[in-house]
Design a protein around this ligand. Structure first.
Ligand SMILES: Cc1cc2nc3c(=O)[nH]c(=O)nc-3n(C[C@H](O)[C@H](O)[C@H](O)COP(=O)(O)OP(=O)(O)OC[C@H]3O[C@@H](n4cnc5c(N)ncnc54)[C@H](O)[C@@H]3O)c2cc1C
Length: 434
């Protein structure tokens, strides 16, 4: 799934009074979203929904008959609750996606395999990044790689870990941490899951236009974006749902099966943070990250609202819920979870649920090196450059100033292209704002 984020995310403080506004807005990212989408040739449909801006699509996406019935039922009862197709990328048989293929073809890319970055190097004054220290995964040999600029995009936990592990006398609390916010304001999204059956449709189908993938099953499904407020433009809720109906293998005469996963925006709390574990080290001797990601009172309320909304939506559209679960607990309804499974499997599911449906289950982690409007409260400027060392960029989701309700990947890619274009212009000495 590749979805654009919106000013409902980027300007959350202006909209809700909570969190902080990002130093960039949706309009800043639009050209870069478009560029990435064209390179990836997404599957999707033009939906014209204010809370989920359309992408540029290369292919059509389809709903199953069951999903179309569900969409008609939901939208006719609640016009502010919209049901759209997934927007997704098709399979790539070579396993090398077009942006990487283009980079290799440019002749400007060297890939170093088995090379684990352990630290970012700086000049003596600690004002500029000068490269990275790397460890050969096989021989354990350490070498230095020098560079005019260093761009970290190693995923939120890892990029922050590397910056913390690069502490020096000039940067005693971690590289680029003069604000004291490095590692802090770490967020994920509030997860919930709902499954059951849908008696208005029987059996199953694939409804995926993309070519078959040799390793994975078909893709596709439906998505319920943030509900639309009465002004017709802004969001009325801070959660969204991704799921499918009638795509799970079932006998032709059995009720279709559905499953939805919910994603809620989590408050950015400075106490939720990545730090270096003082005792444990990984296979290469680098301190492992310690992650604190706990939900607070407002998150609890968002999660409750999120669960109530998905249960109400499904039940009113004629679905029979078997279970709904989240970090708040597991609630079984009707015949309960996996009613046709054997008792031991059902017992194991109940026992394991509270251990797996925890914060982190949404896998949309972000923050830790947030961008902002000033060097006192953020790690990066609006071009993803470290305030302290401007030739060090961080372009993964650790740069995000807050949580959202959709996957992070498309925004990471758009933000990375934007930041790198700006850096290239700076290196050429041209118009860096362009
Ligand atoms: C199961 C799953 C499903 C997901 N589904 C979606 C989805 O549908 N839509 C969506 O938007 N998002 C989804 N996500 C989230 C998405 O995968 C991430 O947002 C995205 O991959 C982050 O990109 P990244 O480049 O920051 O990190 P990564 O994709 O993790 O890439 C980081 C790279 O850096 C390398 N690296 C890390 N540390 C070092 C080091 N020390 N030295 C050298 N190299 C290093 C890693 O090997 C890796 O290749 C999903 C995540 C998971 C786990």
């Amino acid at each position: 799934m590749l979805l654009r984020w919106t000013d409902d995310d980027f300007k959350i403080h202006s909209r809700t009074g909570r969190g902080v506004d990002w130093p960039i807005s949706y309009d800043d990212l639009v050209p870069y979203y478009g560029e990435v989408e064209c390179a990836l040739a997404l599957y999707g449909e033009v939906d014209n929904i204010p809370t989920l801006p359309d992408s540029i699509y290369g292919h059509r996406a389809e709903m199953t008959a069951a999903e179309r019935t569900f969409k008609d039922d939901v939208e006719s009862k609640w016009p502010e609750r919209r049901v759209v197709t997934w927007r997704y990328i098709g399979p790539e048989p070579t396993r090398i996606l077009p942006p990487l293929r283009d980079a290799i073809a440019s002749g400007n890319l060297d890939i170093r395999y088995n090379t684990v970055v352990s630290k970012i190097l700086t000049d003596n004054g600690g004002h500029r990044a000068t490269g990275v220290e790397v460890i050969d995964r096989v021989t354990r040999e350490k070498t230095l790689v020098h560079a005019r600029s260093v761009i970290l995009c190693a995923s939120p936990v890892e990029s922050v870990r590397l910056m913390l592990n690069s502490a020096s006398p000039r940067h005693p609390q971690g590289l680029g941490n003069s604000s004291g916010t490095l590692g802090r304001y770490f967020v994920d999204q509030l997860p919930c899951v709902v499954t059951g059956t849908y008696s208005k449709a029987k059996g199953w189908t694939t409804a995926d236009n993309a070519p078959a993938d040799p390793f994975y099953g078909p893709s596709g499904g439906i998505y319920v974006p943030r509900f639309i407020a009465t002004d017709g433009n802004t969001a009325a809720s801070d959660f969204a749902f991704q799921g499918s109906i009638g795509r799970y293998s079932t006998p032709d005469d059995a009720n279709a099966r559905f499953s939805f996963f919910g994603y809620g925006a989590m408050d950015a709390d400075p106490e939720n943070r990545i730090s270096l574990d003082p005792r444990r080290r990984d296979a290469w001797g680098i301190p492992v990250p310690h992650i604190r990601c706990k939900i607070g009172g407002h998150d609890r309320q968002t999660l409750k609202n999120q669960i109530e909304a998905i249960v109400e939506t499904i039940e009113n559209a004629g679905g029979q819920i078997e279970y709904v679960g989240s970090p708040l607990g597991l609630e079984e309804k009707g015949r309960g979870a996996y009613p046709d499974a054997d008792p031991i499997s059902r017992l194991i599911f109940r026992w394991m649920f509270s251990r797996t449906m925890v914060m982190g289950a949404a896998i949309h982690e972000a923050g830790g090196a947030r961008m902002g409007g000033d060097a006192q409260t953020s790690v990066l400027n609006k071009w993803n450059q470290s305030w302290d060392l401007p030739n060090l960029l961080v372009t993964d989701a650790s740069a995000f100033a807050g949580s959202g309700v959709s996957g992070t990947t498309l925004t990471i890619m758009a933000m990375t292209v934007r930041a790198c274009r700006h850096l290239a212009a700076e290196l050429r000495g041209g118009d860096a704002e362009g």
